[in-house]
Ligand binder design. Structure first.
Ligand code: CMC
Length: 435
């Protein structure tokens, strides 16, 4: 097998190295191409571009395979916990008992946010979207937790613990604010997920009863969202982080990228879609027909993925979790039946099959969150809590890997060629409106 690729442009031939990953993924290394030939490559939306070499997460989108640090997601989902997964992603290996205990203690000790920050919540309007609050508050952490000039390993461990732990506190505080209730502080007696649920749902007049099935469902949700290699928000974290911006600002940028409905915001859109279908009395057939029409402005939310051209393994796991959770007494949700019906119809439909559109992680995740009692506009916030270890692992990998340079893509310019300034009173009227 050759380890070189040849590019012929006109009469010239360029030899480019081939890089092979540990799972035999192959790539043409074009990093010297411009220097050698004056050419750049053009890849709109970066669908065919590898931006780094990474050892965190492996996806085979054709086979529907997802692995964190080499461990299949199915095994981790069954056997692990979110705290352990956070350790695994950031440190590269599963922790020993002692390592996990030190890591968990650090998370616990880092869970409070500075008391002065609590007052920030009062200034947001009641209708503020929690993702807007989350990105603002995470950026504000930079002012309360200044970083040393030189980030030694201990400083890194500390701000990572702050972010993993405080994001959950901020999320719960923003929910309490929207409910007009006093905030509930984190407790050192509770584990990561129990702590979050307690801060969300207990109040001075009502204790929160922890149901192990709900705790497990939230833990599972967070595990499945913990990393997904170079997705839009992680790429944002790498891009902003490459300028050496403050880590809290970097993560705030990642949260903003996640908010969009093509990315993390899709889980909220799926529930809106299922609700509309349920309210119309249909079984989803009509909606599917609309989603197939380009100009209808609709898409089948929770379907399709840039990388998976087969089942998203996370969707399979969450579908099973829905079956389990929603079969509990009092938890039945007719939207789950609609979701199952839509999946059945879409997977028989040539439109979806020919475009390789399968359910993605967001198709069933909203149903889990609804069963837990998470309000709709907090769905993407939970995604952000889950994705935090992944963002941090990618940031850490990038800053410690050579070459570490600012990310600065190029472009093919298609605008006007050089022209000259015309004073305003000499400009013809038709040029007044900018294009
Ligand atoms: N419903 C109907 N048609 C679709 C859908 C859909 N959900 N997704 C893609 N298509 C069609 C699209 O119209 C296009 O058709 P044609 O070839 O005739 O022009 C074709 O499939 C390819 O679509 P694309 O937009 O070029 O694909 P992409 O890889 O750029 O986009 C996606 C991927 C996830 C943004 C897209 O599938 C989508 O918008 N899905 C719905 C939103 C969603 O569920 N997002 C969550 C993604 S997974 C979690 C995460 O990453 O946060």
């Amino acid at each position: 097998m050759t380890d070189q690729a040849k590019l012929i442009v006109g009469k010239k031939e360029y030899v480019l190295p081939l890089i092979t990953g540990t799972q035999n993924e192959r790539a043409i290394d074009i990093s010297q191409l411009r220097e050698q030939s004056g050419l750049i490559t053009l890849d709109n939306s970066l669908g065919n571009t590898g931006v780094c070499q990474s050892s965190i997460t492996f996806i085979d989108g054709d086979q529907g395979i997802l692995q964190y640090r080499g461990y299949p997601i199915e095994e981790l989902a069954e056997k692990s916990t979110f705290t352990e997964i956070a350790y695994l992603l950031i440190h590269g290996n599963l922790p020993t008992r002692k390592e996990l205990s030190i890591f968990s203690n650090r998370l616990n000790e880092s869970s409070l946010i500075h008391e002065d920050m609590r007052h920030f919540f009062e200034a947001f309007p009641k209708y503020a979207h929690p993702m807007g609050i989350l990105s603002t508050m995470v950026a504000s952490l930079s002012t309360f937790y200044p970083l040393p000039d030189v980030l030694d390993p201990d400083a890194e461990e500390q701000f990572m613990a702050n972010l993993i732990s405080q994001v959950r506190t901020i999320a719960a505080f923003s929910y309490k604010k929207s409910m007009g209730e006093p905030v509930v502080y984190p407790s050192f007696r509770l584990k990561y997920v129990e702590n979050f649920l307690n801060m969300m749902f207990s109040s001075p007049v009502k204790d929160y009863h922890q149901d192990p099935d709900i705790v497990r469902a939230v833990d599972l949700f967070l595990i499945l969202h913990a990393d997904h290699e170079q997705n839009c928000s992680t790429s944002t974290v790498r891009l902003v982080g490459s300028s050496l911006a403050n880590i809290y600002a970097v993560i705030s940028a990642g949260i903003s990228a996640l908010w969009g409905s093509r990315h993390g915001g899709a889980n909220q859109e799926v529930i809106h879609m299922l609700e509309r279908i349920l309210a119309s009395g249909g079984d989803g057939k009509e909606f599917i027909e609309r989603a197939k029409k380009k100009n209808s402005g609709e898409r089948l939310m929770g379907f399709g993925h840039r990388v998976y051209k087969n089942f998203d393994p996370r969707a399979k796991i969450l579908k099973q979790a829905c079956h389990k959770l929603l079969s509990k007494p009092g938890m039945n949700n007719p939207m789950f039946d609609i979701a199952l019906r839509i999946e059945e119809l879409a997977l028989k439909d040539d439109y979806f099959l020919s475009r390789q559109l399968y359910p993605n992680v967001d198709f069933y995740s909203g149903l889990i969150q609804k069963a837990v009692g998470i309000p709709y506009d907090m769905f993407t916030v939970l995604f952000a809590i889950g994705r935090m270890p992944g963002w941090l692992a990618h940031w850490r990998e990038m800053v410690h890997q050579e070459p570490f340079r600012i990310i600065r893509p190029r472009q093919v310019y298609i605008g006007k060629t050089e022209r000259h300034y015309v004073p305003i009173n000499e400009r013809p009227e038709q040029n007044a409106v900018p294009v």
